[in-house]
Each structure stands twice: as structure tokens, then as C-alpha cells.
Write a protein that binds this ligand. Sequence first.
Ligand code: PLP
Length: 469
Amino acid sequence: MFCRVELRPVADKETIVIMPPTVTSQNRDLDLKHLWHGNLQHRGLELRPPLEMASADGCYVIDSEGRRYLDGMAGLFCVNVGYGRREIVDAVAAQMSQLAYYPLTQSHGPAAQLAGRLAELLPPGLDRVFFTNSGSEAVETALKMARQCARQMHPGENRYKIVARHRGYHGFTMGALSASGQSARRAAFEPLVPGFLHVPPPDPYRCSFCCSQPECSLACADEIDRVIRMEGPETVAAVIVEPVIGGGGVFPAPDGYLERLRAICDRYGVLLILDEVITGFGRTGKLFGFEHGGIRADILTFAKGLTSAYLPLGATVASEQVFSAFEGDTESVKFTQVSTFGGHPSSCAAGLANLEILTRERLWENSASVGAYLLEQLRGNRCPWIAEVRGCGLLIGMELVSDENKTPLSEARMVQLLREFREAGLIIGRNVESAPGYGNVLILSPPLILSREDADTIVATVTRVLGRL
Ligand SMILES: Cc1ncc(COP(=O)(O)O)c(C=O)c1O
């Protein structure tokens, strides 16, 4: 049990007062003793315990000691409509009272209505929704759908390979992790699922393709064409990409990249899976990430902003064409997957209320305008460590280097920086373990309700903290 130690002024001297254990210290004690946190080394954790968050409102979170932070990460890229939306809470409470649970082996209103709402928001022909509990599961589902669909669409071929990109992240389950191009996250669990191939992402700052030419040739997109040809198109089921790589370090697709990708997939009869787990629902300044290229996906994956994380929910949306490959008279062509909790009525009720807020307030527009303002202000910052500020909407990355040879800022300094941001009242993210030696991108992904004043606070904090480097 931890006891809080406070310095109390007593007749102009400071005295140490041992406070009785509080709920906070009890929680911390239980946490350190019993919780297993992902991506955290537990040895010595008592010296740097995780933040214990107690409440939140709008763009701000408050920890159990009463300290307030601007949540520059919207949790984990997910609280799009901001914290404290009563409307969502009420919708969930009402749903729980009426029908706490029923599986989607049968049906219920909230799932049917949310599937219908998604179909309304998406372009025609993308209207078949499979619900899951998380982004990883949405991706896992998409990969399985793509493999089964490719076999059913191309009988006699053996299309099972999936092309993905280095630095992309698609989730922690074995299939989604196999699609992820982040070696440090994969290493401990290899061998992973066979048949996944990786190509370099678009990265104009460290481009290894066409950086010596006056203009971008989209050679990194053509690399996908080359890999499909070399592998044999009759072995390739799908290409999976994030419209903007998020957690891997924020890499927006250059102009024409998504369109080129669509053309390559069409050329070889390969399905295009767009992982919109982060980019969906306004994050990049459009309602969906694919709008940046004006392209059509065969399969889309969603989670995070679908409920703004008020409850867990993921969704895999298939095109009419993909769905029709599963239609038939026999049992053998059905999509063989069941999820107990996927499409939980309460999560779907949260999703419906969340989309009502998001569309009523047109939050992708605020994401676009405040995001552009924030990007411009950060780019105007003269801090020599900031080599590049990139992103779109309210998804922004700042690549930090220590010299003009583009040497990434060291791991130790990045860790220290994040601590200093936290002490300065700003929660900021970074690309942990996305590429060996390149964990040097600070990431901002705040709630989409961020105001210009909040953006100014972020810029002032970044200037102050990086100025001390
Ligand atoms: C693009 C993308 N896909 C999938 C996932 C996995 O989502 P989850 O953490 O909900 O399983 C993430 C998580 O950050 C992600 O960024």
C-alpha cells in the first residue's frame, strides 16, 4: 500500500505530512501488483507509474491527483467527438435496460440500424457490414473475407497472399499483426501467418525511390505492382493499406497514390482493403480517408471513431461484389465466422448516437480547418529539431532529428520528451516500435472538437518543451 507524502507549510516552514492511503494510492497499488499493461516494461514501474485517469470533458482529461491535461491523442486516436457526451451515455443506458445482449447469429435493432447508417454514409455499393469488437478483429475479418472471397471468385487459382506496407499497423491478432509492417512488434511472435509481403510506404522525407527527381513519380506505389507481378497475380488475394499511416509515424498518401493503388488492384483482380480504423469518421479532415483519393475500396475496416471509444466496436464493410461471392445455395460458401460480442447492442447504440453527433456537428470540417491551422502553426515553428511536420486533418506527425544528416532523435530523448509534455499538461503520442531506430515521430491526434485556442495551447507547449532540448 502506498501512502501519499505531502509538503505542508506550517508556520513558514515546510513539514512532511504522511497522508492516509487514498483511493488513488490503493488503485496504484493494485495496478502495480496485478495489472499487466501492454507495451510497458513492468520492472521498475513503481518509479514511473502509468497515469491514472479519473475523469474527462471535451478535449481534457483529469488524473486522480486532479491534474488536467489536453488530450492530444484522443485516448488512442479514438475519442473523436470528445469526452463527456451525455447523449451517448443516455443511448447506451436505454439500450442496456431494454435489451442488454443478443448475438448476431440472430438480429437486433441497433446493429441493423447502425449497418444501415454506415451504408448511407458510404458510397453506393459498400453496404454490407460485419461487426466485431475492435480494430484488430475488423482487420482479421477483412483478411479472412479477402482470402475466402478470392478463392470463390477465382476458382482454380490459389490467391492467398496479402501485400501490405512497412510501418503500417493493422492490429495485434496474428493475422492483423502479420499484415503490420513493424518488425519490433512482430519479432517475439514469429513465425506469423504465411503469405504476407511488405513494401515501403510513401515517405517523401526519407524516400528511397524518386527523391533525386524533380517530381514524385509514385514509384513506391508501383512497387506494389512489381511485387504482385513477381509473386504471380494468381497467388495474390488483396492489398491492405491505411489511407494515411497513423501510429507508424503519420504518412499521408501523396497525390495520386491511392488512385494508382486502385488501378494496380484492378489490373490484377486483387482486392483492395482500406484500413480506416484511425482515418475513418473525420480524423483526416474528410469523413473517410479514401475520399482523399476519391477511390472505391473492396473492403473497409473501422473501429475507434465508430463509437468514439465510448464502447468497443469494430466493423468490416464489404462491397456488393465481395458479398455476392458468398451468396449461393450451398452451406459451403458462407463466411464461416461468429463473434459472441461483435455488434453488441449497447456498442451499436453508442455508435448510432456517436454518428448522430459527428454528422450533426460535421466534425470532419472542424478537423480539416483546425487541423490545417495547427499544421501551419507547427510548421512555422523554428525549432531545429523538427525536421518535418506532416499530416492531414487532426492527424499530425512531427519528425525529430538531431542533425542535418537526418539522424533520428534518440530513444532516450524521445522518452524524456513525452514525460516533459505530460508535465506541461499535454498528452502527445509517438510512433513506438514502428521501424527499428525510427521511433522519432511525435504524434498529435486530438478530439475533432479541438478549438483554435486549444491548437494555440498545443503549439505553445510544443515550442516551450522542444525549446528546452
Ligand atoms: C490502422 C489500425 N488498424 C487496426 C488497429 C487495431 O485496432 P485495435 O487496437 O482496436 O485492435 C489500429 C490500432 O491502433 C490501427 O491504428
